[in-house]
Design a protein around this ligand. Structure first.
Ligand code: GTP
Ligand code: MG
Length: 306
């Protein structure tokens, strides 16, 4: 009997196969497209939840708590921690993610760190692909952790169904969220580290900002991931968002996320094609240097691959 294909093992929810499949698409190994085509027709419809916020606010610790809650409820969870470091300096922040190792033996939890490579205009990791693989493997909740500091996390937020912004007391309160554009994207706000002084004023600050938003009133919740205080209430609020997203009412949100994923995949194709043309781009540069063609023509040729 023939050995099961990787796609079949992924569809069965085999965690090792999921890891292997993500690596495969990340490295664009042969057979990646076929794999994605097979599993892409068997998506289960996972809830994709973005968790962002300034560095060190406790996002990973809080996600860890949410994983615990989900596992108590028997829900399969996947986490993709998007590492803002470049592939060259890569891994600098990885130690941070290893904190979630206590779930290492739980078949219902999958944790992966991925680099968001620095292509302006695209995610260029394989985040959309990883989401599909996890979804096809029966993961019900996929959490994407990004650091809320730059463009790449805003890009990530286009492909998720809902976003939780994690802040903490201090750090110049309102500035840390408003400056980073985090006030526009949150569906829920967590003020973590409530065991430290200043949490209440941070909550009041955020509530003030939330009140100014038109047509939206995202909840603001105080929590201490360290002590586990407020975690149950936060989990309930997140679950309310999940039910809404997955209900008929959430159709538009789901469509928007699918659209974002397709756009990412399309961008990747264009960029890959583009990168593969390093040789011809050199030739084109020579032609421009020799005044045979204009830069405009060269760019068109490069982009359209003639
Ligand atoms: N006092 C206190 N410390 C906390 C709490 N939650 C997390 N921390 C600590 O804050 C530090 C950062 O926590 P992480 O969970 O790594 O924060 P993060 O937001 O994921 O960090 P980055 O991914 O690097 O942006 C760690 O030392 C945690 O132990 C909390 O509720 N209270
Ligand atoms: Mg983290």
């Amino acid at each position: 009997m023939a050995r099961d294909t990787l796609a079949e093992r992924v569809l069965r929810g085999d965690r090792a196969a999921v890891a292997r499949a993500i690596t495969k698409v990340e490295n664009r190994e042969e057979g990646s497209a076929e794999l994605l085509e097979t599993i892409g027709k068997k998506l289960g419809g996972a809830f994709v939840f973005g968790v962002t916020g300034p560095p060190g606010t406790g996002k990973s610790t809080l996600i860890d708590r949410l994983i615990e809650e989900y596992r108590k409820a028997g829900v399969r969870v996947g986490v993709i921690a998007v590492d803002p470091t470049s592939p060259i300096t890569g891994g600098a922040l990885l130690g941070d993610r290893v904190r979630m190792v206590k779930h290492a033996t739980d078949e219902g939890v999958f944790i992966r760190s991925m680099a968001s490579r620095g292509w302006s205009g695209g995610l260029s990791g394989a985040i959309s692909e990883a989401i599909q693989i996890l979804d096809a493997a029966g993961t019900e909740v996929v959490i994407i952790e990004t650091v809320g500091i730059g463009q790449s996390d805003i890009e990530v937020m286009k492909i998720v169904h809902a976003v939780m912004v994690v802040t903490m007391p201090g750090l110049g309160d309102d500035i840390q969220v408003s400056k980073a554009g985090l006030m526009e994207i949150g569906d829920i706000y967590a003020v973590n580290k409530s065991d430290l002084p200043g949490a209440d004023s941070m909550v009041i600050n955020l509530l003030g900002m939330v009140r100014d938003m038109k047509g939206r009133s995202p909840p603001v919740l105080k929590v201490s991931a360290l002590r586990g205080e407020g975690v149950a209430a936060l989990f309930t609020a997140v679950e309310r968002i999940r039910s809404k997203v997955l209900s008929p009412e959430g159709r538009d949100v789901r469509l928007k996320s699918t659209q974002g994923m397709i756009a990412e995949l399309a961008k990747r194709r264009v960029l890959d094609r583009f990168e593969g043309r390093a040789e011809s781009s050199r030739e084109l540069a020579k032609k421009v240097e020799n005044r045979e063609i204009s830069m405009e023509e060269a760019a068109r040729e490069l982009a359209e691959g003639r």
